[in-house]
Write a protein that binds this ligand. Structure first.
Ligand code: 2HA
Ligand code: ZN
Length: 272
């Protein structure tokens, strides 16, 4: 059996969560990440029949039966993950139609997965139904996106168009746009269901006055998705109070879409 600390999924998770902390996206215990793993990948590093303990999840997700996730722990600080991964992360297998998680590694101080586990798992199921390559769900509290939800309309089309107009690359990175949920109580199955519903049509879902969810095929891609939206929100906050003299027009956004071979969210740009 190989040492799990040498597994690419482990080193990438540690590097990414450290990077998120260093970007200021995950103050205190803010944020959570879950990474879907293949059974074969896990079996290289762990005896998959050795269950440490059972943790109830409180939801039903039959699509995720038997699936393995590396996930951040509840109440844990991203800044500490690199120093004590075995305490701050856990590797679980969902069983009983998703109602229970079998702990195979980690949460060494008796901890459990993030309070946002329902939103993560339901989002994985939603993304997998539209993209079988999806592996990552990432949540964090980037300051500019969060600030934007106080001063910008929360309509998904308007919010997306504003972000697309802030940096040339945005429409290429997230042509599916950004969906936006109103303020809701976090850590509940209700916000999990609502987030997953929004995840069917976009890989970014803003939680107003709270943060953002991103999904993608790997940690780098998902980090980059949030990073790009956050940069656009930063530009917006720098210019929103100034007279607007220039923008990226819809015709220019179409040029980008054609040149980079992406399909902008239907109905979000004026017809060509
Ligand atoms: O505490 O970010 O949404 C972790 C969170 C909850
Ligand atoms: Zn949060």
């Amino acid at each position: 059996m190989k040492d799990i600390m040498t597994a690419p999924f482990m080193t990438e998770m540690i590097r990414t969560t450290t990077n998120m902390y260093n970007h200021g996206w995950d103050e205190r215990n803010g944020g959570n990440v879950s990474l879907l793993l293949d059974q074969n990948e896990v079996a290289e590093y762990l005896d998959i029949s050795a269950v440490i303990r059972d943790i109830p999840t409180g939801f039903d997700a039959p699509e995720l039966q038997g699936k393995y996730f590396l996930v951040t722990g509840t109440g844990k600080y991203f800044k500490n993950i690199q120093y004590a991964p075995e305490v701050n992360l856990g590797l679980v297998r969902l069983t009983d139609r998703g109602a229970r998680a079998e702990l195979l590694w980690g949460f060494a101080d008796g901890g459990r997965f993030t309070s946002e586990f329902p939103a993560h798992m339901m989002s994985h199921a939603a993304r997998l139904s539209v993209n079988p390559e999806n592996r990552v769900v990432m949540h964090c509290h980037p300051a500019n996106l969060l600030a934007m939800t106080y001063v910008h309309e929360l309509d998904a089309k308007k919010f997306t168009r504003t972000l697309w107009q802030m940096c040339t690359e945005c429409i290429v990175v997230f042509p599916d746009g950004v969906n936006v949920l109103p303020w809701m109580l976090c850590g509940t199955n209700e916000i999990g269901v609502a987030t997953a519903e929004e995840m069917r049509s976009a890989r970014l879902v803003v939680w107003s006055q709270h943060g953002i969810y991103g999904a993608g095929a790997d940690l780098d891609e998902t980090f980059g998705l949030i990073e790009t939206a956050e940069k656009a929100a930063e530009i917006y906050l720098k210019i929103a109070h100034l007279p607007l003299l220039n923008t990226i027009t819809d015709s220019e956004l179409w040029q980008l879409a054609h040149h980079f071979n992406v399909v902008p969210r239907e109905g979000y740009l004026e017809k060509e």
